[in-house]
Design a binder for this molecule. Structure first.
Ligand code: SF4
Length: 469
């Protein structure tokens, strides 16, 4: 009798084309997403005189470098000639190979990890690759989705297959009902704080438990997005009615008889009872508080009611050394209540928290209040921006003093110039708080959209629950 399978094992086995050694397989890749950073792979392909093997399985979107201001002028509004050149190069490469491209002017433009699920390109049971580490996001729909480098992208473009080492499996179970003001972002920050940034290295995480099942698809996308920050190859949530309702009717979702067929397959994917994971971690969701990072690693996070830790009290030598350096970089004093830390900038957006539900949560806090620091929103996609405008959220943000910008990666990595000035402290909905991530010398505090909104109106780290009351 076959041993019970995890969802990941089922998907892996369906995609193995060949094996080598004990633990490596050539996987068939169903979906390949590319952005401006794909130029190296396309260049290598051209050098070898090769064509894209299956152009209809690759989709391109301009996101990392696109400006978030002046977008009404399209490409002409891109002031930096180097950036304009990259956006144009993506357009040329995709046209040459017959690849669908959602360029700077396209109503389907947005951050690649927002656009994939939004258009129904991301589906349960598929393998999906993209040259960005936060490709783990797509696992929220029950896909095996992972980030790749330029040479791997070239291999996929040329063959639609990729050699991969089989990861081990880790189940993170979060049970219990989340309290008001506690969101998916808080759950994933608490998970990373618990297991560390290397806690899932070599693993695929499956998120399970009643708290995960109760999340919307958007919340699940936020959780899976940050799997990579725990070192995981990918993160996944088993598809269920939440997934199916989210997907139905989206542009690239199956329709009619194909939808019924797909649904039957998708329902067969969840992990079977008694399937064995290589490692298990459990968290009590009901005890979680809003989280905020104090350091320069996503694991350096704590409940908002905590104090900046004393690094000398950390027993692990490596973590102690990192914390010492982080506290110096962040210009914090051990023992300071986190809610006493002043904030200079507030940023809402990115593939972690730039979806409509995130904007609604932030607007809910901002309504009738004013930001006391410079703040801006870059919706995760042009479609999210349109939806938010239809709901009047843009008015709430503007009236609160936020800049309402166009969609792109923006201040997540500041590749498009949306940098946080050196020495400034930014409350951010993004996923990385490394030194200089949001700009040289910038200091990042990761938190949920509602928490960023709370920080914007008070000018310091704030427990959003005090404003909800
Ligand atoms: S928003 Fe940030 S993490 Fe997401 S795709 Fe863009 S640069 Fe990468």
């Amino acid at each position: 009798m076959n041993a019970p399978h995890t969802m990941f094992e089922k998907i892996w086995e369906r995609h193995v084309v060949a094996t080598r050694g004990e633990n490596e397989a050539l996987l068939y890749i169903d979906r390949n997403l590319v952005h401006e950073g794909s130029f190296l792979a396309f260049g290598a392909l051209a050098k070898e005189g090769r064509k894209v093997r299956k152009p209809r399985q690759t989709f391109a979107v301009a996101d990392h470098y696109v400006p978030t201001l002046g977008r009404e002028r399209g490409l002409a509004g891109v002031a930096d000639p180097e950036v304009r050149g990259m956006i144009e190069l993506l357009e040329r490469n995709t046209r040459t190979h017959g690849i669908a491209h959602f360029g700077i002017d396209d109503p389907r433009q947005g951050i690649v990890h927002v656009v994939g699920p939004e258009l129904g390109l991301t589906q349960p049971g598929i393998t999906l690759a993209c040259g960005d580490s936060h490709t783990s996001t797509h696992g929220a729909l029950g896909a095996f989705a992972f980030g790749i480098g330029a040479s791997q992208l070239k291999q996929i473009l040329a063959t639609q297959c990729l050699w991969q080492k089989k990861p081990r499996t880790l189940r993170v179970t979060v049970d219990g009902a989340l309290a008001a003001g506690v969101t998916a972002k808080d759950v994933i920050l608490a998970i990373i704080a618990r297991i560390g940034t290397a806690g899932a290295t070599g693993y695929v995480i499956e998120y399970a438990g009643s708290a995960i099942r109760a999340l919307t698809m958007e919340g699940r996308l936020t959780i899976c997005n940050m799997s990579i920050e725990a070192g995981a190859r990918a993160g996944m949530v088993a598809p269920d009615d939440t997934t199916f309702q989210y997907l139905e009717g989206r542009d690239y979702a199956p329709r009619g008889a194909e939808w019924d067929q797909a649904l039957a397959f998708w329902r067969s994917l969840p992990t079977e009872a008694d399937a064995r994971f290589d490692q298990e971690v459990t968290l009590d969701g009901a005890r979680l508080e809003p989280q905020v990072t104090w350091g320069t690693s996503p694991e350096e996070a704590a409940p908002v009611g905590a104090r900046v830790p004393d690094p000398t009290a950390i027993s692990d030598a490596d973590k102690r050394a990192h914390a010492l350096q982080a506290i110096a970089y962040m210009d914090l004093k051990p023992g300071t209540p986190l809610v006493d830390v002043r904030i200079d900038r507030a940023f809402i957006g990115t593939c972690t928290n730039g979806r409509i539900e995130d904007l609604r949560a932030a607007a809910g806090v901002l309504k009738g209040r004013k930001a006391v620091i410079p703040a801006w929103v870059s919706p995760g996609s042009t479609a999210v921006k349109r939806q938010a405008e239809a709901e009047g959220l843009d008015r709430i943000f503007r009236e609160a003093g936020f800049e309402w910008r166009a969609s792109g990666c923006s201040s997540c990595a500041a590749m498009n110039g949306d940098a946080v000035p050196a020495g400034m402290r930014c409350a951010s909905t993004s996923n990385r708080n490394f030194e200089g991530r949001q700009g040289k010398g910038a200091r990042t505090h990761l938190m949920s959209p509602a928490m960023v909104a709370a920080a914007a109106v008070t000018g310091r780290i704030t427990d959003v629950r005090t404003l909800l009351r």
